[in-house]
Design a protein around this ligand. Structure first.
Ligand code: SF4
Length: 69
């Protein structure tokens, strides 16, 4: 069994790639517009177009009463 990353890549490629259309498979998948697909945020994209990591929530874990016990 491969990685989850590879599984998503293969699923998107199988779903969207048409060798008769312009662009490589990653370009075609990157252009997918099915935003309500559960895999859409995870679809393979070029490194330049990947979102930055989520910013910190700013939660002060040392003083968070739910974390303290
Ligand atoms: S994100 Fe797009 S290409 Fe990937 S599985 Fe969903 S619909 Fe298909």
């Amino acid at each position: 069994m491969g990685s989850l990353r590879k599984a998503v890549d293969l699923k998107c490629k199988d779903c969207s790639y048409d060798p008769l259309e312009p662009g490589r498979w990653r370009q075609q998948v990157e252009a997918c517009t099915v935003t309500d697909c559960a895999l859409w945020p995870l679809r393979p994209r070029s490194a330049a177009k990947r979102p930055e990591k989520a910013p910190s929530t700013g939660v002060d874990r040392e003083n968070d009463p739910e974390v303290m016990s």
